[in-house]
Design a protein. Structure first.
Length: 359
């Protein structure tokens, strides 16, 4: 890791700023990196710093032109400048990379161009301008629509597609990429645009291990990366799993707030206590997970019987308050089926066996 601070006298532009900055957690740029980002209007070309593989500001170098059109070659291209794509491109620029951008509505590139991005005149020019193409479009049909006509330009390059979808959609697009000679990484962003590039952000990748190894350092700037395997559907499978947990939590939150309202409590009051309670309970999840994987559901404490009784009370109380209980009722179904099967004394976590597939 290298840091070179430029001496800057009043009224002068800095003449050298190194973009290879410390990233102690191996992830996104530090606050210092952001501070050192080149001034927006500085008309200077980047050169690649051999030691850290990223550009260095300060010399008026000409970038070679891409095969298609007049767009100069850059380290990375970002296709799609919605909320996510803009955050991805801005993070890469801030970290010192040279970035080509393209968006269907070109005006969304304006701010990034001020920050130093190169705006390509077409998706074909954008793709031709970098070896790595990061994609953040609305959905997979859009990804097919934008990328498939560019098979020729994309051949031999790497696509890291961070668009949300299903594992099946990821596999189908990966199959097209393979047929077209494109190295493919599918990705899932566990962050919102405001947190991209911060220590809280993490991303899952699946697909070509070679492409991941080659671009790992750049991808790590967006958030802590994790490659899950060669099956291109794995990243989105993990995405769907985590989001299922998130929506389950929202369901519980909505139910709690509705109950509170029915008794004149505000959402804020109920939520403050709920956050406290859920925080105390979170450590139970890894414990349950170990039981689930080992299928040893022996417990001295929270068994199926006591939880079926407890949840039965909750559902009755909810209905008595006039609040719909439909969000939680399916969970009671799992408990009751386990009771019927003779597992009253097993751990609460055994209810997950009702959802197990493939046996
Ligand atoms: N935002 C998040 O917090 C977040 C987090 C994780 C994952 N994601 C995923 O990342 C993807 C992008 O999200 P976002 O928040 O950036 O969405 P967004 O703000 O709605 O942007 C959608 C992007 O897709 C483009 N697009 C839509 N239809 C198109 C078409 N027919 N042809 C070409 N381009 C088209 C839009 O171009 P125009 O500007 O021209 O409309 C825009 O660049 C989604 O799959 C989303 O689920 C988002």
């Amino acid at each position: 890791m290298i840091v070179s601070l430029t001496v800057r006298r009043a009224g002068e532009r800095p003449d050298v700023q190194l973009a290879c900055l410390p990233r102690s957690h191996g992830g996104p740029p530090s606050g210092l990196a952001r501070f050192l980002a080149p001034p927006a209007a500085l008309p200077l070309g980047p050169t690649v710093d051999r030691q850290c593989g990223r550009r260095r500001w300060g010399q008026r170098t000409e970038r070679p032109l891409a095969r298609t059109g007049g767009t100069p070659m850059t380290n990375v291209t970002v296709l799609g400048l919605g909320n996510l794509g803009q955050a991805l491109a801005a993070t890469l620029l801030t970290a010192g990379h040279s970035v080509t951008v393209w968006n269907r509505s070109p005006e969304k590139a304006a701010k990034l161009v001020e920050q130093g991005a190169v705006r390509a005149g077409s998706a074909a020019e954008a793709v031709a301008a970098a070896e790595l193409v990061v994609v953040a479009l609305l959905d997979y049909p859009t990804v097919h629509g934008v990328l498939e006509p560019l098979a020729e330009e994309l051949a031999g390059r790497t696509v890291a597609n961070l668009t949300s979808g299903t594992p099946e959609q990821a596999r189908a697009f990966a199959a097209w990429a393979e047929r077209s000679g494109v190295r493919y990484l599918d990705g899932a962003v566990m962050a919102v645009p405001q947190t991209v590039g911060t220590p809280g952000a993490f991303l899952f990748y699946s697909g070509s291990p070679e492409a991941y190894r080659e671009h790992h350092e750049l991808l790590a700037l967006l958030g802590e990366p994790r490659h899950l395997g060669e099956d291109p559907g794995l990243a989105l499978l993990q995405d769907v799993a985590l989001l299922s947990g998130m929506y389950g939590m929202f369901a519980g939150h909505f139910q709690a707030v509705a109950l509170g309202w029915s008794a004149g409590l505000s959402a804020v009051e109920v939520t403050a206590q709920l956050v406290r309670w859920l925080t105390a309970l979170l450590p139970a999840l890894p414990h349950f997970a170990a039981e689930m994987d080992s299928r040893d559901y022996t417990t001295e404490t929270s068994n199926i019987a006591i939880n079926a009784t407890g949840l039965g009370n909750i559902l009755r109380a909810t209905e008595r308050q006039g609040v719909p209980a439909g969000l939680l009722a399916p969970l009671q179904e799992l408990f009751l089926r386990q009771l019927d099967a003779g597992h009253a004394a097993a751990s609460l976590s055994r209810a997950v066996e009702e959802l197990r597939v493939g046996e």
